[in-house]
Design a protein around this ligand. Structure first.
Ligand code: KIV
Length: 269
């Protein structure tokens, strides 16, 4: 009998049970090879619709289609063994009705084999979240700054700058959690509001530009790797991949032009 322990994925109930415990580690990923690296350290991986900007040069997440999410979701599931994989529901694929959301969430799960979906919005999405969770689709919520609503919000603006706006965000998070979401992303809110939201709900909060008092953190992988020239202020940059890629490509171009590449060892014999 093999002594090797079978690696298995973190489950939705396991992630939910981390409320108030060891902080949850998560990152986005959009393709198999980076997902395989992230898989070693992250509790969950989000195939975020930020892929529209990061991978496809779009100006916002509004142009991202269901097909694009499914394509990247499949790659991330293939590249991973351990982390829970959550796929974002893109703009226009869930807001119309609970039935529309169920149909598209089921398609994402069937086609990608991911374990959960994420959708943006607070109280207005509660009925939909309940509809999906009662039918076996685990849902991660997303409140505070919701990028799919930036046209309505007038840009990427920090939420909760004045205390009189806090209750709306707290009520949003409560509505989403009470409807059955197993965790809630809290994006771009001032720190004291993130703390209040975290205290107000009994499922983990996952902060992004929020507070280290959330139950976990998420960042866009390319931002923290230094691949995005417009990295948001709240991101801690852990690498300089942009610079490394540029240097490698420059060296390769020089080698090609001087006929130093391919060398003796780099040709089929
Ligand atoms: O699309 C995304 O990458 C996200 C994260 C920033 C939370 O929603």
């Amino acid at each position: 009998m093999s002594a090797q322990k079978k690696i298995r994925r973190i489950t939705v109930p396991e992630l939910r049970a981390r409320k108030g415990g060891e902080p949850i580690v998560s990152l986005t990923s959009y393709h198999a090879h980076t997902a395989a690296v992230v898989d070693k350290f992250a509790d969950f991986i989000l195939v975020g619709d930020s892929l529209g900007m990061v991978m496809h040069g779009m100006e916002s997440t509004i142009g991202v289609s269901l097909e694009l999410m499914i394509m990247h979701g499949k790659a991330v599931v293939r590249g991973t063994k351990r982390a829970l994989v959550v796929v974002d529901m893109p703009f226009g694929s869930y807001e119309e009705s609970p039935e529309q959301a169920f149909r598209n969430a089921a398609r994402i799960m069937m086609d990608t084999q991911c374990q959960a979906v994420k959708m943006e919005g607070g109280a207005r999405m509660a009925e939909t979240i309940r509809f999906l969770t009662e039918r076996g689709i685990p849902v991660m919520g997303h409140v505070g700054l919701t990028p799919q609503a930036t046209n309505a919000m007038g840009g990427f603006k920090t939420q909760g700058r004045t205390e009189d706006t806090w209750q709306i965000h707290i009520d949003d998070a409560k509505a989403v959690a009470e409807a059955g979401a197993f965790a809630v992303v809290v994006e771009g809110v001032v720190e004291p509001l993130a703390v209040k939201i975290t205290d107000a709900i009994d499922v983990p909060t996952i902060g992004i530009g929020a507070s280290n008092q959330c139950d976990g953190q998420i960042l866009v992988l390319e931002d923290m790797l230094g691949l995005n020239p417009w990295t948001p202020k709240f991101v801690k940059v852990y690498g300089n991949l942009g610079g490394m890629i540029e240097k490698a490509v420059e060296d390769y171009a020089k080698d090609v032009k001087s006929r130093a590449f391919p060398g003796e060892d780099q040709v089929y014999r």
